[in-house]
Ligand binder design. Structure first.
Ligand code: ARG
Length: 580
């Protein structure tokens, strides 16, 4: 049950009955403070202004026709024209009861199922994944999981950087290594950064090698079998490195989601032809360019976006145009979400504009660049190693496991070795992911080991621990959730607060799905855990004097809290453990 949506629908109806213009937004929000009710409607002031009416008078009219029978126990005007809504205790109890009985914790599938393409991760071939790829990979993955949970058809697209002029030098270098010896080759390929660096050095220092490398690019792009075989080898090795990282990170991408830049190679000339037919192409110093009035260059003239270089050769933009066309026309997307660094903002604006003009994306398709900021070190500069090089993701995860092991060793005395290994992995991976996911993706954030591994605050260890605490309540009670029956009693404030929060799962999930902002889900889970701790203090379960009926009710609330945490963390790609 999405309470927010229900209230919004009812408020919109009431606004219209009260004479507000069609399309007036309901502006219902959870109230910031308990004395403002559970939800607050902020729509009236702006509407009254438009209608030339006194806001409090309009608010009264809205309340008069607001149908919240059975849902709200009190609806009142506050201040200049806010409307405070207090949910009825019986209604809240029955909503909570249905969530308790629902394996999906009250989150229904949407009735508007869409096909949604999610473009994320997209590392580059013959390079190690580094911290810069972490954000795209995990934020994209969490959004993909959330959309799927709501019943959408999600098509993951890993737009691998597997094409371009650099492949000439890479395959020429691979060829030499192959000739040298098997060992030399495997050695260097075990660390792709070294491989790339050596290839580049070779190219810069050795003119013969450089000539060969250049001829290999031409052969590769013309479909030459030999060059293609060497290229494919590099792609496969990179993919297997990446897959290890995805599996370790509990990221749902697999080989079938790879749709690299090379896959669009044959359609690039088609894109140029179609742009030309639409009259969008101009020649500029031999290059093919689309001029866009929407963007001005520094002289104030329409900005030119190059789609084919002079003398041939396509660009990153051309490939993205081909990708949009494929996603809209072949995959039939209703939405396409791009999880790519904010620095590529202008690139996507241009690509989207051209795609619309050329008819590669029709108006009904929503094209969304879900940009994110950088990962910074404690010094506020881009996160790097001490030596100033980029940090490999694999090394970062190794360090996370070492640090988590130290934290867990000092906390969990009575776990078996096997349990310990699980807990360490869950805490390590969970902490790295959660630290990122819990920050609003639109800004930069500071990567700080101590904060992310802390058991207090909005962190993975705190949430994982809250979950295990509930599991231990059930162990102590000697009963499992499925055996519980009986009514739900909401008797005191802490119980009511937790109940209300638990009933907000659905509205949170739908908001994450709409905006692709998983930090909203993190904030929600943190809220739930806090409300649970207060509830558990005020409402003991396994204590003498607690009646059977009350104990059953409270245990059911504990059960729903645990399920909500598990489902929520699962949507973030974080696995819970039963004990820690
Ligand atoms: N490979 C690119 C990079 O590392 C990201 C690709 C993002 N996706 C896209 N459709 N352009 O910067």
């Amino acid at each position: 049950m999405n309470i927010l949506k229900l209230l919004e629908d009812r408020v919109v109806k009431a606004l219209i009955t009260a004479g507000a213009p069609e399309g007036t937004p309901a502006m219902v929000r959870p109230s910031a403070r308990a004395n403002f009710g559970d939800y607050q409607c902020n729509a009236v002031m702006a509407a009254a202004k438009k209608m030339g009416m006194n806001p409090r008078e309009l608010a009264q009219k809205v309340i008069d026709s607001l149908d919240l029978d059975g849902v709200a126990s009190k609806v009142e005007i506050a201040g200049p024209g806010f409307i405070n809504i207090h949910l009825a205790p019986e209604w809240l109890a029955s909503s909570l009861f249905s969530a308790i009985k629902d394996p999906r914790a009250g989150v229904a599938e949407t009735d508007n199922k869409q096909t949604i393409v999610v473009d994320y991760s997209a590392p580059n071939v013959a390079k190690e994944m580094h911290v810069g790829h972490l954000r795209s990979t995990i934020i994209g993955d969490s959004t993909a999981r959330t959309l799927e949970f709501l019943g959408h058809k999600v098509i993951r697209q890993n737009h691998l950087g597997d094409w371009g002029t650099q492949f000439g030098m890479l395959i020429a270098h691979l060829e030499e290594l192959e000739k040298e010896s098997q060992e030399a080759m495997s050695m260097e390929l075990s660390d792709l950064e070294t491989f790339y660096r050596e290839a580049k050095k070779h190219f810069d220092d050795n003119p013969d090698f450089a000539t060969r490398a250049r001829s290999y690019v031409v052969r590769l792009q013309a479909g030459d079998e030999y060059c293609h075989k060497l290229w494919k080898k590099l792609v496969d090795i990179t993919l297997s490195h990446n897959q290890d990282t995805y599996d370790r990170l509990n990221v749902s991408l697999t080989a079938t989601d790879v749709m690299g830049e090379s896959a669009y190679n044959d359609s690039l000339p088609v894109i140029i032809k179609l742009l030309d037919e639409k009259g969008l192409l101009s020649e500029d110093n031999g290059a093919k360019v689309v001029f866009l009035d929407e963007f001005k260059n520094k002289d104030g003239d329409p900005m030119g976006v190059i789609v084919e270089k002079s003398g041939g050769g396509f660009l990153y933009t051309t490939t993205d145009l081909a990708a949009i066309r494929h996603r809209c026309h072949t995959l039939n997307a209703d939405r396409v979400l791009y999880y790519v660094d904010a620095r590529q903002g202008q690139h996507f604006e241009q690509v989207f504009t051209i795609a619309r003009k050329a008819g590669f994306a029709s108006d009904h398709v929503s094209l969304e660049h879900h940009a994110f900021g950088m990962m910074l070190g404690k010094d506020g500069k881009p996160f790097k190693t001490r030596a100033g090089t980029t940090i490999k993701l694999a090394d970062l995860l190794d360090e996370a496991e070492e640090r988590a092991a130290a934290v867990i060793a000092s906390k969990s005395g009575d776990l078996s070795e096997e349990q310990k290994v699980n807990v360490i992995r869950s805490v390590a991976i969970g902490s790295v992911k959660y630290a990122d996911l819990s920050k609003n993706r639109t800004s930069d954030y500071v990567f700080d080991w101590d904060n992310m591994l802390a058991f207090e605050g909005n962190t993975a260890p705190y949430l994982l621990y809250a979950y295990t605490r509930i599991m231990s309540i059930f162990r102590k009670a000697g009963i499992s959730e499925s055996d519980l029956t009986g009514n739900i009693l909401i008797e005191n404030e802490a119980e009511r607060e937790l109940a209300l929060q638990l009933c907000r799962f659905s509205e949170t999930i739908e908001s994450v799905a709409r905006e692709g902002l998983p930090h909203q889900l993190c904030a929600y889970l943190y809220e739930i855990s806090g409300a649970f701790m207060k509830f558990y203090e005020a409402c003991p379960v396994n204590k003498e004097g607690v009646s059977e009926e009350l104990r059953n009710s409270r245990l059911q609330i504990c059960g729903l809290t645990a399920r909500t945490l598990k489902l929520g963390l699962g949507l973030l790609g974080i696995e819970t453990v039963e004990q820690m």
